[in-house]
Design a protein around this ligand. Structure first.
Ligand SMILES: Cc1cc2nc3c(=O)[nH]c(=O)nc-3n(C[C@H](O)[C@H](O)[C@H](O)COP(=O)(O)OP(=O)(O)OC[C@H]3O[C@@H](n4cnc5c(N)ncnc54)[C@H](O)[C@@H]3O)c2cc1C
Length: 646
């Protein structure tokens, strides 16, 4: 495609066993090499990230007897972004006896991802899901229970069973406290060295293997090189490339982008999830958007007025003048259609001029029926903290008036390419949780990110990393190695370069403008013309950034502008790759909706003949086109069909 990229050899996941899908994980675990307990003590693993994926991995590896060095940029591992997760975590426990099974969770997830994920990975995820709940209950995670004491579940989008376990609207927080306790125990025992407020700024590769990282102490500004036998990135997603998103403000792409520049392929960068139920944007002053959990769609009904521009108080609009459009268009899934479908439907009704609220970019999420049916107390027990959050932000009481919601950037399905062992294209570099691309295809179903993060951290990585470490311990290396010296110098030079620009625009102003370009052209709907325009605009803005950004202060201590500048510089490069990926994928699938490729009813139109592959991008050099490697996706169990939730 023009000179935007070149195409290289196909790539394959050589670690995934073949044979019946239900036996693959069992076989891989059996065939993977083990490390005996005495040897584990001689080996070090770096884990970047202390969210559910990284926290679980570091705690488990520490418990297994490895030496672990753990890093996060927050002041405590307990403040990783996972703490924000609200709605729940899926597991195929079938406690409700409502027809759930490992196979059904597998099926729903492959279908939900619009047939752009690997069957082997997804099946493993569904299998492991049941262990996660046992593990967390054993840790004391206070999942919601029914009156009789049994664990309660609720529904999430894209499923007709109730398999989502939850702890009110604070599931991530409670799960993270469980992982954090396990991590703290290993810190206390001396197995895990915790380095909070340390930011990884570069990967160190020695003899073709990931052997360490360059980190900056964010308080003192000190830059050090750290070494290990393997490096695990659990650094989360990159939704903040859009500036406005539901992610914590600190979420960024630097750890994975730096690894990408050093040789790790980046897979499906354009697959972004736009969540349908967020509090609408209220003005230019905003730096963050707030999610209203999908769990609310269990009881809330989504609607807009039938007539355009109907400004009446929603309570005065009679039933027959309301359009419960999700229930109308998708009668079998109703308000619980997957996120990509619900988001597009909201956009469509707003585009028709039927949006509500001051900006008209909003739809109602109405609890009046549920409150009438179940009573206010029951609704309060399930969603109280979410209602409170909504009221504090909007000044409206959702027990009295319907919530107003609109789609917003929420999650990134793309990430570093990994094989079945969760190893990237750089030997010794493993990637887990939202930072990798592995399990969700083109659209993640609700409550499945926590499931994946904990599956990777507690159960998958601790098995697969051993297969790699069995060949270790590797030759000792230190900061005098030329590769380490060079990586460290690169970090120092970059910091100096950012500080030296001394321009006239803040980092935030660049980030905001970048986000606007991305939302406009690479957001809910993409088109060839828009993406080409975006690529030009991103390049021009990036040039401006490197000439005009102003980073006050110095690098010798705490400097949040400097931290942000480095992250935004990486977002600029990522943004361009996202647009190129979106441009080359001449089909619509899941969250990637190309205006040119839709069914007559306006649904995503996949092109399985030409695009049933993972796009794995290789970095070449700054300013040079990336190389596209395709990994073919084969479906033996869940046969690709036009997704229907009608
Ligand atoms: C508001 C909200 C609600 C959500 N609700 C749900 C839900 O109900 N159910 C569900 O399944 N999913 C939910 N999700 C998605 C889910 O929370 C995330 O996908 C998941 O928690 C990511 O976990 P993680 O461990 O991969 O990364 P994170 O929790 O993002 O952790 C990343 C870690 O990496 C560290 N880090 C990053 N870069 C660096 C660096 N360069 N140097 C050092 N450290 C670094 C950070 O400090 C942090 O410790 C929600 C997401 C949002 C935004």
């Amino acid at each position: 495609m023009d000179d935007l990229f070149t195409e290289g050899d196909p790539i394959a996941d050589t670690r995934a066993p073949d044979g019946p899908v239900e036996t693959r994980w069992e076989r891989r675990r059996f065939e993977a090499k083990l490390v005996n307990p005495a040897n584990r003590r001689k080996m070090t693993v770096i884990v970047v990230g202390t969210g559910l994926a990284g926290g679980a991995a570091a705690a488990t590896l520490g418990e297994q007897g490895y030496r672990v060095k753990s890093y996060c940029y927050q002041d405590s591992p307990r403040r990783a972004h996972s703490i924000a997760a609200q709605g729940g975590i899926n597991a195929a426990k079938n406690y409700r006896n409502d027809g759930d099974s490992v196979h059904r969770l597998f099926y729903d997830t492959v279908k939900g991802g619009d047939f752009r994920s690997r069957e082997s990975n997804v099946h493993r995820l569904a299998e492991v899901s049941v262990n996660i709940i046992d593990q967390c209950v054993a840790q004391g995670v206070p999942f919601a229970r029914e009156y009789g004491g049994l664990l309660d579940t609720r529904s999430f989008g894209g499923a007709q069973v109730q398999r989502t376990f939850y702890a009110r609207g604070q599931t991530g927080q409670q799960l993270l406290l469980g992982a954090y306790q396990a991590l703290e125990r290993q810190i206390g025992l001396g197995n895990v060295e915790m380095n909070a407020r340390h930011e990884m700024l570069e990967l160190i590769i020695i003899d073709g293997k990931a052997r360490g990282i360059v980190v900056r102490d964010m308080v003192t500004g000190e830059i050090t090189t750290e070494f290990a036998d393997a490096v695990v990135l659990a650094s989360g997603g990159y939704g903040n490339v859009f500036y406005l998103s539901t992610n914590a403000k600190g979420c960024n792409v630097t750890a994975t982008w730096r690894a990408h520049r050093k040789g790790a392929y980046f897979a499906n960068p354009c697959y972004t999830q736009i969540h349908p139920t967020c509090i609408p944007v209220s003005g230019d002053h905003q730096s963050k958007l707030t999610l209203m959990s999908e769990s609310l769609r269990n009881d809330g009904r989504v609607w807009v007025p039938k007539a355009k521009g109907d400004d009446r108080d929603p309570r005065d609009i009679p039933e027959d003048e309301r359009d419960y459009y999700l229930e109308r268009i998708y009668p079998s899934f109703g308000n619980l259609v997957p996120r990509d479908i619900a988001s597009r439907a909201a956009k469509n009704v707003c585009d028709e001029g039927r949006g509500v609220g001051p900006t008209r970019l909003g739809v109602y999420l109405d609890f009046a029926d549920a409150i009438g049916r179940l009573g206010r107390k029951a609704i309060e027990a399930k969603y109280g903290n979410l209602f409170e959050m909504y009221e504090r932000i909007t000044g409206e009481d959702p027990y009295e008036v319907p919530m107003r919601i609109y789609p917003a950037v929420h999650y990134t399905m793309g990430g570093l390419w990994v094989d079945y062992d969760l190893q990237s294209t750089i030997p010794g570099l493993f990637v887990i949780g939202e930072a990798n691309f592995s399990d969700h295809g083109a659209n993640r179903l609700g409550a499945s990110a926590l499931m994946q993060g904990l599956a990777d951290g507690y159960f998958v990585l601790p098995n697969t990393v051993a297969n790699y470490l069995a060949a270790g311990p590797f030759e000792k290396v230190d900061g005098s190695h030329p590769a380490a010296v060079e990586a460290r110098r690169d970090v120092e030079d970059r910091i100096q370069r950012l500080l030296a620009i001394d321009g006239d625009r803040t980092v935030d102003s660049f980030h905001r403008e970048l986000g606007q370009i991305m939302w406009e052209h690479c957001g809910m709907e993409r088109s060839e013309a828009g993406l080409r325009k975006a690529i030009d605009e991103i390049r021009a803005l990036r040039d401006q950034f490197w000439q005009r950004v102003r980073v006050p202060g110095d690098g010798e201590g705490l400097n949040q502008s400097l931290e942000k500048a480095g992250r935004v510089a990486d977002f600029f490069e990522l943004a361009e790759l996202m647009c190129i990926d979106a441009l080359h994928r001449e089909e619509s699938c899941g969250g990637h909706f190309r205006a040119e490729h839709q069914t007559p009813e306006g649904e995503a139109q996949r092109d399985d003949e030409h695009f049933a592959y993972v796009a794995a991008w290789e970095f070449t050099a700054t300013g040079q086109p990336s190389v596209l490697h395709k990994e073919d996706l084969n479906f033996e169990y869940v046969h690709p069909t036009q997704r229907s939730y009608k």
